[in-house]
Each structure stands twice: as C-alpha cells, then as structure tokens.
Ligand binder design. Sequence first.
Ligand SMILES: Cc1cc2nc3c(=O)[nH]c(=O)nc-3n(C[C@H](O)[C@H](O)[C@H](O)COP(=O)(O)OP(=O)(O)OC[C@H]3O[C@@H](n4cnc5c(N)ncnc54)[C@H](O)[C@@H]3O)c2cc1C
Length: 397
Amino acid sequence: MKITGTTIKVDVAIIGGGIAGLWLLARLRRLGFSALLIESEALGTGQTICSQGIIHGGVKYSLQGKVTEAAKLISEMPAVWRRCLKGEGDIDLRGSLLVEHQYLLATRSPRSWFAGLLASKVVNGRAEKLVGIGADSYPPALRQAAFRGTVYRLDEPIVDVASVLNAFADQHHEAIVLCEGPAVPSGDGAITLRYLDRPMLAIRPSCTIFAAGGGNSAVLWASLQQRPLHMVLVRGPSLPGPMYGHFVGTRDIPRLTVTTHCDTAGHLVWYLGGELAETGVKRDRQEQIRMARRELASLLPWVDWSPTQFATFSVKRAEALQSDGSRPIGPSVMRDGRTLVVWPTKLALAPLLADQVEEMLRKLDLRPRPADLRLLEDWPRPKIAVYPWNREDLVWS
Ligand SMILES: Cc1cc2nc3c(=O)[nH]c(=O)nc-3n(C[C@H](O)[C@H](O)[C@H](O)COP(=O)(O)OP(=O)(O)OC[C@H]3O[C@@H](n4cnc5c(N)ncnc54)[C@H](O)[C@@H]3O)c2cc1C
C-alpha cells in the first residue's frame, strides 16, 4: 500500500518494544542515530515481562562441568548490566536492581552435589561457596539445620523487569510510539503508524529492525523457533521468605529456578522455572501444580506447603531456528538488505545483541542523521506490560 500524507524520515525503525528493541533503541540513539521504536501492545508483552530477570553469567550453562560457548558469551553480561545499574553505559538502570546475587543450590544427592561443584569450578571466581549449616548468609528458606546441601553465591544479579522497562520508556519517551495493530513495512519500506481516528503517519526508515520476539514471524525469510514453558507461581503465608536461585538436579538445566516478586497487594510470590517449566509443557495445569508441590516438598521439606496457592501459565520463547531445535548459544541477527531481524535469546544478552547490530550497521555504512520527531509529540505511548503474578486471568488454587 502506498502511503500518502505526512512522512517522518528516520535512520532506523525498530519494531517491537521488548528488551531487544529497547536496548537497541538506547544504543543507537547514544551513537547519534535517529531511531524510532514502534510497539503494538505494551512494552515487554510476550517474553520480557515473563522473564525471571536473572542476569546470567554462565553458571546455568556449565552444569556439565564444561565451559560451553553459551557460558563464554554470557559471562560478561553481569558486569555490563551492573554498569547500567550504577547509571553508566547504554541506559541508566539505577533503581532497577532486585537483588545483587542469586544462588546455586546443590542437594545432598551425589549428582546434584557434583554438578554444583563442577559448575562453581568452571565459572572460576564467580561462585562463592557459603559454609556452615544455617549460616546467616544463606537464603532464609535454607537457614535450617535440616538443610544439608551446598550453597554457592553467584555473581549474577536479578533485575526488576518492570523497572527496567520503565527506565527505557522514561529515558527514550520521545522515540517510543504505540501503533494500533502490528507494525509491518509496506513494499516500499514505509511503515504506517495508525491509532484510532488520528491521521495516519508514514515512517520512512533507512533501515528496519524487527525485534518483535514471536512477532518476527511476520518476516517470511526469517526462520524462528518457539520453545514453550509451563511456568508456576506460588503464594501464601507459609512461603519461607525471598528466594533466588537454581536448584541443581541431574540434568544440564536446573531442576528448579526460583525467583521472588511482590504482587500488587504486597505479598511475596515465588516464580518457578527450570526443568519443572520445560518438562511441564506436557502436563496440564492440575498435573503441573501437583508436580510443583512435589518438587518443593522434596527440596524444602521443612516448609508447610499446605496453605500455599498455585497458578500456572504457558509462554513461548522465540529465537532463531536451530537445526536441532536447541537454544541458540547467543543472540541472532539475520539480514536481508537493510532489514534486520533479531532475537537476543536471553534478556541478559540484550547488550551483546546491540553490539552485533552496531557492527552490522557499520558494515552497511549507515550514517547517523538527525530526525524531526516533533510531529510525534502528542502521539500515544505504550504502557508497561503486566507481570504474570498480577494478571487477572490467572486461576489460583
Ligand atoms: C518464562 C521466561 C523466563 C525467562 N527468564 C529469563 C531470565 O531470567 N534471564 C534471561 O536472561 N532471559 C530470560 N528469558 C528469556 C528472555 O525473556 C527473552 O530472551 C527476551 O525477553 C526476549 O526479548 P525480545 O525483546 O526479543 O522479545 P519480547 O519480550 O517477546 O518482545 C517483543 C515485543 O514486540 C512486540 N511486537 C510483536 N510484534 C509486533 C509488531 N508487528 N509491531 C509492533 N510490536 C510488535 C510485542 O508486543 C512485544 O512487546 C525468559 C523467557 C521466558 C519466556
């Protein structure tokens, strides 16, 4: 469709306001490019708002005792994010830190203990073994004489994802717009910006970056895979305080990954991922809740789980297609002419994705030019997506 009427020229149009699009926006604007991010729902809809917010440093990918490529690529990310959390780097994320460290928790089972030991050795200096049963430094849930496992404190911070999204929205307000319906470039590359009965605007970018997660499927030449998860939420008066960490099991992924969040009523909610969520895609809601109860009772038997309530929901991870369907080892950038399709693969890897896109734009010889975004001053802006534990459609039982 040919768009007539008002046209705004920009260097880069970014489609999608999850962590990938937002980090790219911040990076490109810092480099002087005129960039505009177009979001069709709320910022972070899809994967980002559902993420556990862990800024991995590689331990999760070292449970077989090997320094994998994935572990190497992600190892610098905690330092990069920590700079931003101090107000330095691509974006000022002061106030977005949830906790400084998460933990690696090995049970007494020989395989769990050994995997924990190997992973802690492999990450060399980035996992500190905490000693002493009931030690004060343990997470509150493990300050029990009955706990006989090993606890490593990891150099992996956890961020409050909504605060991160808010930081981008506030600091790049003028360059983020809401579009009614999915944004899709027309044959001549222009993107129509529409919202209710407002006059349409045409955005004419020199380069378009699809950072739309599952929405990247709109680009027919870019092949994506979607790997589902069945996540679990737990709340109730007997939750033994905040908990952040991977319980090591027998596989190369954590048996259970727990993060803790606060719902709108101010109550703690445990958010469970890991193997439970991966294998849980084969279980219906009731079965998944039964399994979650069994796992928690087995790992933390001193807690009374009977008064807790559980909810579950399904979500898909969107990534570049791999021949064996496995997780890509790092971010992915595909290109056709001046259209890029990108996936960070992990929230933590968004800065590395920005490095790769920066490099690609250099090769494309795209030079920064100023753009006049004044016409967008009163255009609607997207809100921030709602955390899973605050969703009204969840069924708790
Ligand atoms: C349950 C879960 C837990 C996770 N935990 C972690 C973790 O702890 N640490 C970690 O590093 N990673 C984690 N991840 C991975 C991480 O969340 C994702 O890799 C990352 O959030 C992907 O971000 P994205 O910006 O590519 O996509 P998304 O977050 O899916 O964002 C895509 C955005 O594009 C918008 N959009 C789509 N189509 C269009 C269109 N046509 N026009 C305009 N807008 C459009 C959507 O509305 C959405 O806002 C987790 C993932 C899941 C699912």
